[in-house]
Design a binder for this molecule. Structure first.
Ligand code: NAD
Length: 509
């Protein structure tokens, strides 16, 4: 049998992946049972050994042992590891970005942007290491001091999704390390190579600054190996990013052992476009948020709620831009939409569009598979479907580029429609009316963890807390005071007097 064009391309990509791993300092993996695929051709780049449950146990043990020393290293000194990691990431930004493209199928600009986000969070964490502030409160008792102190929590188990294979790890790890925790990472089994590269860079950063490299452990494999982090009492916090389905399994099991959970689950993000909106600006924001990353961001725009008076001109602009989007190999210049991650994602997209059409939806554009990339690669044209109502399929997250369009006449009804889904991650309103903008951000406005005005739903900065409500899980990561999830708080009362007054004025004996 002769090789097809896709086989040749897969071989070239496999050689390139091996070269990139080498440049990033990662050892060439010995062959194993875990395939590292590329969605670019659907072919296998190489295979790696998968970790067993025993391997996971041992990794948790090493992280727990390392924690005993790491927790007493001063936070600004702990930040030295993160500073060195940021230097290594800066030096290897292009290589790590390319590996993200090979494994997750992101276009170059978005893949390098993801690495930049890692550098940004490292910088944030370095500053944070001198700002792990506790409050001092006035005591009601004379000669007493009342205050809170923040302490390292323990081992943090990080479970991450395929679509942000490196940034989500960095959000968690940079913060956890300066907070004095050690980390065991279970990346998506779809992206083992980028995980290996990040793990190698971090261990190198630790070694370079004389810190214990055992502060970071990597366990590779699927849900089975991730379950060890969920069950093990030595893991103080499980930070889990992925589908609502995964969160439903993980959260109750961590709660049953009184562990802590930080959940970053699926979204079903909506944007309202009002009659006063700058339609040109709105269309640009909508196209990036809905079609970017081939609809495979947790913050992807999936529901557009447009005032009936402007739906025509807005859709003309958005559909016009959609028709010009270049879909193809994400390594090629000018391509804006890369592949779906696998055939299951494509089947999910097809099934959702069929259900939407059966519900009375009208396909405005897209939805078809783009040929020419082989049987195992799944490239699609992003779809727009006008819907008569927010039916069951619209209320679900389909992890593919489908934008459902609904119309409204009354702004209150638009907000109800917007909030009428089980997920609560990101949201936006496009308007020039300050009353509508403020209303969207108010207590009776958007019910999401992220609410934007005149920008799309995706592409958050690291400085703010990131996360969502309802089925999205309630967790917050990245900036602002998200670091508190990675520490335990102690309230301290110090009596520096020679008397022993009791709180609430109680006289005892
Ligand atoms: P997924 O739920 O299939 O897998 C996510 C991770 O969970 C993987 O590492 C997987 O191996 C692990 N996992 C699954 N079941 C497990 C179990 N029972 N025990 C332990 N680990 C388990 O998600 P995916 O397909 O990789 O990613 C897409 C999903 O992730 C989408 O729903 C997307 O919205 C969501 N996501 C959310 C955010 C966020 O910040 N809210 C960010 C990225 C992705």
């Amino acid at each position: 049998m002769t090789d097809t064009l896709d086989d040749h391309l897969t071989k070239d990509l496999a050689a390139r992946a091996a070269e990139l791993l080498h440049t990033l300092g990662a050892p060439t993996p010995v062959a194993g049972e875990l395939p590292a695929r590329t969605p670019i051709t659907g072919g296998t780049l190489m295979t790696l050994p998968a970790d067993s449950r025993d391997d996971a146990d041992a990794a948790i043990g090493r992280a727990a042992a390392a924690f005993r020393g790491w927790r007493t290293v001063p936070a600004p000194v702990r930040a030295g590891v993160v500073r060195r990691l940021a230097e290594l990431l800066t030096a290897h930004k292009a290589e790590l970005g390319e590996l993200v493209t090979l494994e997750a199928g992101k276009i170059g600009a978005e893949a390098v942007g993801e690495v930049q986000e890692m550098i940004d969070i490292c910088e944030f964490a370095i500053g944070l290491s001198r700002q792990l502030y506790g409050k001092t409160m006035p005591s009601e008792r004379p000669g007493h001091r009342l205050m809170e102190t923040w302490h390292p929590l323990g081992v943090v188990g990080v479970i991450s999704a395929f679509n942000f294979p490196v940034a989500v790890w960095a959000w968690n790890t940079a913060l956890a390390l300066v907070c004095g925790d050690t980390v065991v990472w279970k990346p998506s089994d779809t992206t083992p190579l980028t995980a290996l590269a990040c793990h190698t860079l971090l261990r190198r950063a630790a070694a370079d600054v004389g810190a214990d490299p055992e502060v970071h452990q990597l366990i590779q494999g699927g849900a089975e190996v991730g379950s060890r982090l969920v069950e093990d009492e030595r893991v103080a916090l499980v930070s889990a990013t992925g589908s609502v389905r995964m969160g439903r399994t993980v959260a109750p099991r961590v709660a049953a052992r009184f562990g802590r959970c930080l959940l970053e689950l699926g979204g079903n993000n909506g944007a309202i476009v009002t009659p006063t909106a700058d339609l040109e600006l709105a269309a640009r924001g909508i196209v990036f948020a809905a079609a970017g990353t081939a609809g495979q961001r947790c913050t992807t725009l999936r529901r557009l709620i447009v005032h009936a008076d402007v739906v025509g001109p807005l859709l003309d602009r958005v559909a016009g831009a959609y028709r010009q989007l270049r879909v193809g190999n994400p390594l090629d210049d000018g391509v804006l939409v890369g592949p779906l991650v696998n055939g299951r994602a494509y089947e999910g997209m097809r099934a959702a569009i069929d259900r939407a059409l059966a519900d009375g939806g009208e396909l405005v554009c897209g939805g078809e598979r783009v040929d020419g990339f082989g049987d195992d690669a799944f490239y699609v044209r992003p779809a727009i479907v006008r819907m008569p109502a927010q039916t069951a399929v619209v209320r679900e997250e389909t992890f593919a580029p489908i934008l459902y369009v609904l119309t409204y006449r009354d702004f209150d009804a638009a907000i109800d429609l917007h909030n009428g889904v089980p997920q609560g991650l990101s949201s936006a309103v496009f308007t020039a009316d300050q009353r509508e903008a403020e209303r969207f951000l108010a207590a009776d406005g958007s019910d999401c963890g992220i609410a934007n005005v005149n920008i799309g739903t995706s592409g958050a900065e690291i400085g703010g807390a990131f996360g969502g409500e309802k089925q999205t899980g309630g967790g917050r990561e990245s900036g602002s005071d998200s670091w508190q999830a990675y520490m335990r708080r102690a309230t301290n009362t110090v009596n520096y007097s020679d008397r022993l007054p009791l709180a609430q004025g109680i006289q005892f004996g």
